[in-house]
Design a protein around this ligand. Structure first.
Ligand code: C2E
Ligand code: MG
Ligand code: MG
Length: 278
């Protein structure tokens, strides 16, 4: 009996594995289709000055408008898009769309309130030949100054790639584009960066755990030593905001200020000039 059960378990495991593979393949072709049909859209989340609660920039976050499932979040498709390489053309669209939007905002808003836009970039995009030139051309085409664009890389993706992408980072940075990295560790020593983003997972417990608060304090201090600006992600309460401001963290993002919104609502946030806290 035991032997039979084992065999059944094995069969079920095989069937699950097969099902998962089929699902991934289906997701891949649905994503290809979405890219061809223009079914992606961008949401924008404010990056806020923790001294004034006013937005200084907006992070562009991709969504997939699925014909039957509605709006699908990146957690459900970015990984497959990376694997299949689709993240490259998708990223190109994200960049162009984000630049187009920030150009519009900057035309409408007075100089003192003109935001920058921050775009998440996959390491796969950085590895494409001509990536830096593509960025420069997109900036020129949208008539957006380089300092109004920030590129976000994620550290886990960066690990072990430092040397191959350093010249690309340096080139873009020399051009005036800002470079941010999600999270911060020893891997990043000496990379040409401007901004460190501290992940939500590090921020979550700072009000409950003295150890965690000390750890974040260390990250902020270290970043400043390197001459980097800090953005804390996942600020959900005024306690988070106040603690971070007290630690000397200049900028933050999170649901306390605003969840990601569409471009029109982001523009209202900037024109209303109201502090982004309830
Ligand atoms: P990320 O770059 O770390 O973006 C922050 C994520 O945290 C976003 O999720 C945002 O909606 C969410 N978030 C912001 N504030 C809060 C908060 O206070 N509480 C909580 N619980 N969550 C908060 P989202 O939009 O689902 O994006 C997930 C990840 O997908 C991003 O993480 C980024 O790595 C990736 N991604 C998004 N857009 C793009 C893109 O255009 N290209 C690439 N390559 N990756 C992207
Ligand atoms: Mg990001
Ligand atoms: Mg993050």
């Amino acid at each position: 009996v035991a032997k039979g059960a084992g065999k059944n378990q094995w069969r079920r495991y095989q069937a699950d594995l097969h099902g998962a593979m089929v699902e991934r393949l289906e997701l891949r072709s649905a994503l290809d289709h979405a890219a061809r049909e223009g079914h992606f859209l961008l949401a924008y989340q404010p990056i806020v000055d923790l001294g004034t609660d006013e937005p200084v920039g907006y992070e562009a976050l991709v969504r997939w408008h699925h014909p039957t499932r509605g709006v699908v979040q990146p957690a459900e498709f970015i990984e497959v898009a990376e694997e299949s390489g689709l993240v490259v053309p998708m990223g190109r669209w994200v960049l162009e769309q984000a630049l187009h939007t920030v150009a519009q905002w900057r035309r409408i808003l007075p100089r003192s309130r003109q935001p920058y836009v921050s775009v998440n970039v996959s390491v796969r995009q950085f590895r494409e030949a001509g990536f830096a030139d593509e960025i420069k051309q997109a900036l020129a085409k949208a008539a957006v100054p380089p300092h109004a664009l920030m590129l976000e890389l994620n550290e886990t993706a960066l690990a072990g790639e430092n040397e191959s992408i350093r010249p690309v980072l340096q080139d873009l940075r020399d051009h005036g584009v800002r470079i941010a990295v999600d999270y911060f560790g020893s891997e990043l020593d000496g990379l040409p960066l401007d901004v460190v983003k501290i992940d939500k997972s590090a921020i979550d417990d700072i009000a409950q755990s003295q150890d965690q608060l000390t750890r974040v304090q260390g990250m902020v201090a270290l970043s400043r030593q390197y001459g980097l600006t800090v953005i804390a992600e996942g600020i959900e309460s005024t306690t988070h905001r106040d603690l971070l401001a007290w630690l000397g963290c200049p900028l933050g993002q999170g649901y306390l200020f605003s969840s990601p919104v569409d471009g029109t609502e982001a523009l209202s946030q900037m024109t209303d000039r109201l502090p982004l806290v309830a």
